[in-house]
Write a protein of this length. Structure first.
Length: 752
């Protein structure tokens, strides 16, 4: 509970307030009276700052010290850590929690500071969301443009592919797109080499009528080089036995061959067939001795082996590449070239062997070396023949499955063209731009989704704030009368909102009193959000405005029923909240507040907020005179009488209070004397005092009709000087009614 305000500086009209020893501490019920602009609302703002835990923004340099009943001091530096629960109803609360939007034919009422802040936030986020949606739409257009260009390029490329491959079935941009999606991550892998491209193109272009026949298989020849070589080596190294060797013939192999061949022609001849000379038996015996049977047999063996080597030669042409399917022709050509080369090498080795044998035949008495041949030529040839046979098998299998092979070739070519299209720099840039735009669009979508959720959450907050509309209608009915003004629910942008209705029609031109009543009804309803008011301090500043006495009574009744209760044991009256502050400028309402149940001096306290200068105010205990007056009329007269009896007519405090008191008193007195319907105070005063005096009085009273013009007291000294004369005229008027004046004087103890 707040016990006192120890200090309050630079806080509006409370420029330098300090609590005096004479000023009472606050009780559980606190009634504060003060005229308009005296500082009541400013005081309520201090309590609002305590409840909100932050300074009043229009007084950033304000300092204060508030003391609680526990002895704790709360200063401007401790607001954020203060644990005081304070709820304040004042003009700031009305401005914060009441907002009418839309055209006047459809007045929408938002209630609650959360609702208004949420509505502002919704407006902010809705604007941001629309911007986000605009950017999303622009990005969508950009993507559509890119898609259009890509689609056109795909259509052209697909048409070219269909024409190139002479595809009968449909092949559109969609089909090309599907081909692109099936490409490997490294699209270059799908690009065919020149040879593979040529082979697949040839196969793809081959019609069924042009289909090739199967290639005959080949049988690898018997490769006997190594066997022949092994058989030749002993023959080449063998030296025939000779009975009588003729040195000349050994030295001249050509002559020896000629002689050997000629011996068979001279078996029975007596003369030489060449020269006709005599052949002696002795010469023939010498020649026959040189050419022995062993030599003859050796030459037979050499010639026989020579013949075998000659017949061991193999063909060099094995494959006809053009007879193969296009996809195998390159491989067939390679294998055929290799076979030809190997066979030629093989045959060359055989020729070398034959030459060595022939040399041995021609010169049998010389140890002949075996020729140098290609190492392991036979296994290499055999392996190459195996490859050739396998190629023939694959070729023939492919020819037998021509349709599928052609389809596969076309498939590879499609992938090839698709990869080339995707790898094209123009298309790559288009795709990259599209991917970038899609990523941006995705971020916009996520951002927009977050904003939409934010709006949804804020709207839910507004909807929750409106759940108490039935209770609110009950309170508005209790203040203004049932059914006069009610809150109804309407749909605004697919959301429940409030609208004010006056007897079924949109409420227009609400008066200040009606707005205040609605705001006060909301304040009371909002208090019910607290599970309990036991620890809540409530400050209510001027809950009535221009209301008739019936409404004043209704406000009083609501305050009494809501904020006061009797203890079950003993029946003592206590406040329903932790502490209650009520301030008003209305004397009639002030008088009613005195009747609130709590009467004890320690529980109920009464204070006065008054001006001490045109720009400063203070808080004091309520003067005893104000405590005892039972009507505003008596109080107004006491203010006038105090001025009349005061020796110091320049007292600022009296001057500040006097204009409003004079104005109100003259209004009430003249109406009592002349209760003419629809008459003005000017008319009634002129009737009682005459036009000249009436003009003097009413002109001054209107000049200072409200304390919002207190500055005029300091700037219009000529008018201020006339106040004393006006007071004298009013007193003279009262003296013309001695019985009435006597009754007024008798109602005040200080008159004695």
């Amino acid at each position: 509970m707040i016990r006192s305000i120890q200090r309050l500086r630079h806080f509006g009209v409370f420029d330098d307030f300090r609590k005096t020893a004479a000023l009472s501490d606050f009780g559980s019920k606190n009634i504060i009276y003060g005229w308009n602009y005296s500082g009541k609302t400013t005081l309520s703002r201090l309590f609002a700052a305590l409840g909100q835990g932050k300074p009043y923004p229009e007084c950033p340099s304000a300092t204060f010290e508030v003391q609680t009943s526990s002895g704790q001091s709360v200063t401007e530096t401790m607001l954020s850590t203060s644990n005081l629960k304070v709820e304040v109803f004042n003009s700031d609360f009305v401005a914060t929690n009441l907002s009418w939007t839309g055209e006047d034919f459809q007045s929408i009422l938002l209630l609650g500071d959360e609702s208004i802040e949420a509505e502002k936030a919704i407006e902010h986020w809705s604007k941001r969301l629309n911007e986000c949606r605009g950017r999303w739409a622009n990005t969508r257009t950009k993507i559509s443009d890119i898609d259009g260009r890509i689609s056109s390029a795909k259509t052209a490329a697909a048409k070219a592919i269909k024409t190139t491959l002479q595809i009968v079935e449909a092949f559109t941009a969609t089909h090309l797109g599907s081909e692109i999606t099936r490409l490997p991550a490294d699209r270059q892998q799908a690009v065919l080499s020149d040879e593979a491209y040529a082979a697949d193109m040839k196969l793809a272009m081959t019609s069924e009528q042009e289909q090739l026949s199967a290639v005959p298989s080949i049988s690898a020849p018997t490769l006997s080089l190594q066997t022949l070589l092994q058989g030749a080596m002993p023959l080449l190294q063998y030296l025939p036995a000779i009975s009588a060797t003729l040195d000349y013939l050994r030295a001249h192999a050509d002559v020896a061959r000629w002689v050997e061949q000629g011996l068979s022609l001279h078996e029975d001849a007596a003369a030489c067939e060449f020269c006709g000379g005599l052949l002696t038996e002795e010469r023939l015996a010498q020649l026959r001795g040189h050419f022995s049977k062993d030599l003859a047999q050796h030459k037979v063996s050499l010639n026989a082996l020579h013949a075998r080597v000659k017949t061991a030669q193999i063909a060099t042409e094995w494959l006809t590449p053009t007879a193969f399917a296009p996809q195998f022709q390159a491989e067939a050509s390679t294998l055929n070239s290799r076979l030809k080369h190997l066979c030629e090498v093989y045959n060359d080795d055989l020729v070398k062997l034959m030459a060595a044998l022939q040399t041995k035949v021609d010169d049998p008495f010389v140890d002949q070396l075996a020729p140098m041949v290609f190492p392991d030529i036979s296994p290499v040839l055999e392996n190459t023949f195996t490859q050739a046979k396998n190629l023939i098998l694959r070729n023939n299998k492919s020819i037998g499955n021509f349709g599928q092979e052609k389809k596969s070739a076309i498939g590879r070519l499609k992938a090839h063209f698709a990869a080339k299209f995707a790898l094209d720099q123009t298309q790559a840039k288009e795709n990259k731009d599209r991917e970038r735009a899609e990523r941006y669009q995705g971020r916009l979508k996520a951002l927009g989704g977050g904003m939409a959720q934010q709006i949804k959450d804020l709207q839910a907050k507004i909807d929750r704030a409106q759940k108490g509309r039935e209770r609110l209608n009950e309170r508005i009915g209790g203040l203004l009368g049932t059914g006069i003004i009610q809150i109804e629910v309407v749909q605004v942008n697919e959301t429940d909102r409030f609208t004010l209705r006056r007897q079924g029609q949109p409420a227009r031109n609400l008066s200040d009193g009606e707005r205040t009543a609605i705001a006060f009804a909301f304040f009371l309803t909002k208090l019910e959000e607290h599970k309990s008011l036991d620890d809540v301090i409530v400050y209510i500043d001027d809950p009535i405005s221009s209301l008739d006495s019936n409404h004043v009574f209704q406000v009083y009744s609501i305050i009494e029923s809501m904020f006061f209760k009797q203890e079950q044991v003993g029946g003592r009256w206590i406040t329903s909240c932790r502490q209650l502050f009520l301030s008003t400028h209305n004397f009639e309402f002030f008088e009613m507040l005195k009747r609130l149940p709590i009467k004890g001096q320690t529980e109920a306290r009464y204070f006065l907020v008054k001006k001490t200068s045109p720009t400063t105010s203070t808080l004091t205990d309520l003067p005893a005179a104000l405590r005892q007056y039972t009507s505003e009329y008596h109080y107004l007269f006491s203010v006038i009488r105090s001025f009349v009896e005061s020796p110091n007519k320049d007292d600022v405090g009296q001057l500040l209070a006097l204009p409003n008191a004079l104005r109100r008193f003259v209004e009430l007195y003249t109406y009592m004397r002349l209760p003419l319907p629809h008459s003005t105070v000017e008319q009634r005063t002129a009737e009682l005092l005459g036009p000249e005096k009436a003009l003097r009085i009413t002109k001054l009273l209107h000049h200072f009709s409200h304390l919002e013009t207190v500055e005029r007291l300091a700037t219009h000294t000529n008018v201020i000087a006339d106040i004393e004369a006006v007071v004298a005229e009013v007193m003279n008027l009262l003296q013309e009614d001695p019985a009435h004046l006597a009754a007024l004087m008798g109602a005040h103890p200080e008159a004695a």
